[in-house]
Design a protein around this ligand. Structure first.
Ligand code: GLA
Length: 396
């Protein structure tokens, strides 16, 4: 089998429209090492960029229109730049364009909103996308498409936004054009990632620090175990969790759950109903686990973070209730087969879990999880190692 080459696919797709490639860009998905659902609570997260990337090939046009096409849906979607603000923001998740195209077109709209650029002066473009970031796996294929588009149009339109501003544009597109009420973690990880490091992000100040993970040097690998249970954050559980967090903060009298510490949990138990209390306890303890993970990596190295990963999973399973049986089985089996630590990653309700394992036992852990899935009657998982990689960039 030949390896997929999404950069070449994006180029070929653009050429098939009769357009000549003027630039090529790409942005990665992300794996969150720890810090789940903390981002929209102004808390801490610790994600890294995947080697899987979404590529976009760009051709300029002289008619002020944008045309987007992707290997997922070969029917191009075309709109005049001047008409973008008639399409967005999306009301009640009712997309005026095919949903996938709301990501790149939403980014174009959000860039204009953020910079107050005059649409009449912006160059039109054809944008062709291809990706090897698995969709619905919890690896944020959406942030990858947003990061690639934002980087490409930022330069094409000479907007001069920095990486943090481009991440904010991506989040705005996701929230207001796609209609998914997510935080900013994924876009920041996709814009800022660096090889062999994870991004320690304070979601309140948006200050970041790249922290060396040292996995390879310690003989460790990080496995992604995609359950192939698909999820979408524009519907259902994600928004409900967000609402519970807002309620918890309101009753506790703080602006955001970030403003609570573990020592406040006794008082929270008295004031909150059981469900809201458990949602709050997850966020408060998860923020602390992010800080502890960064500290532990620095003082004791990556082998010492296993217990924090495990505790994070238990908290998501029992308190935040965003796991599913497939994720629990992947985590339990990986740990039973010798993983140093494991947890579900991303928004939950499906998607992927991660396991930190000795590189020598990657195969054994993967086989054990596959076997357990077969025995449980679950669809086969997709298991692969990931190495922290570079953020959004121009490739050509
Ligand atoms: C999704 C969202 C992120 C974050 C995670 C959960 O990936 O896009 O903003 O909230 O879920 O940590």
């Amino acid at each position: 089998m030949t390896e997929p080459d999404p950069r070449a696919e994006a180029r070929d797709l653009l050429t098939s429209l009769g357009s000549a490639v003027s630039s090529e860009w790409s942005a990665p998905g992300r794996v969150n090492l720890i810090g789940e659902h903390t981002d929209y609570n102004d808390g801490f997260v610790f994600p890294f960029a995947t080697p899987h990337r979404t590529h976009v090939a760009v051709a300029t046009r002289d008619d002020g229109r944008l045309r987007v096409i992707s290997t997922f849906d070969a029917v191009p979607v075309e709109v005049a730049i001047a008409d973008l603000d008639a399409l967005f923001p999306t009301v009640d998740g009712d997309h005026a364009v095919p949903e996938w195209s709301a990501y790149p077109l939403g980014v174009a709209w959000a860039l204009i909103q953020a910079t107050e650029a005059d649409p009449a002066k912006l160059t039109g473009a054809d944008l062709a996308f291809a990706s090897d970031v698995p969709v619905g796996a919890g690896l944020s294929s959406s942030a990858a498409i947003e990061g690639a588009t934002a980087s490409a149009l930022n330069e094409l339109w000479g907007l001069g936004l920095d990486r943090v501003a481009l991440a904010q544009v991506g989040r705005r597109a996701e929230n207001e054009a796609v209609g998914a009420p997510t935080g900013i973690m994924d876009q920041m990880a996709s814009m800022l990632g660096e090889p062999d490091a994870a991004t320690f992000l304070d979601c309140r100040s948006l200050q970041t620090e790249e922290v060396d993970l040292g996995f390879a040097a310690a003989g460790l690998s990080l496995l992604v175990m995609d359950t192939n249970v698909k999820h979408a954050h524009s519907t259902g559980g994600y928004g409900e969790r967000r609402a519970s967090c807002e309620k918890g903060a309101r009753v506790m009298g703080v602006p955001m759950l970030r403003d609570l510490a573990v020592a406040d949990l006794d008082r929270a138990a008295e004031l909150l109903d059981d469900v809201t209390f458990r949602r709050v306890r997850h966020i408060v303890t998860e923020n602390q686990r992010v800080l502890d993970t960064v500290q532990t990596l620095r003082t004791s190295g990556p082998r010492a973070i296993g217990a924090l990963l495990d505790a994070s999973h238990v908290s998501m399973r029992d308190d935040f209730e965003i796991s599913v049986p497939e994720l629990d089985l992947a985590v339990e089996t990986a740990v039973g087969a010798g993983a140093i630590g494991a947890r579900m990653t991303g928004g939950g309700f499906g998607g992927a879990a991660i396991a930190l394992v000795e590189t020598a036992s990657v195969e054994a852990v993967a086989r054990a999880v596959e076997k357990a899935f077969t025995a449980a009657g679950f669809a086969a998982p997709t298991i692969f190692p990931v190495t922290p990689s570079a953020g959004a960039r121009r490739d050509g």
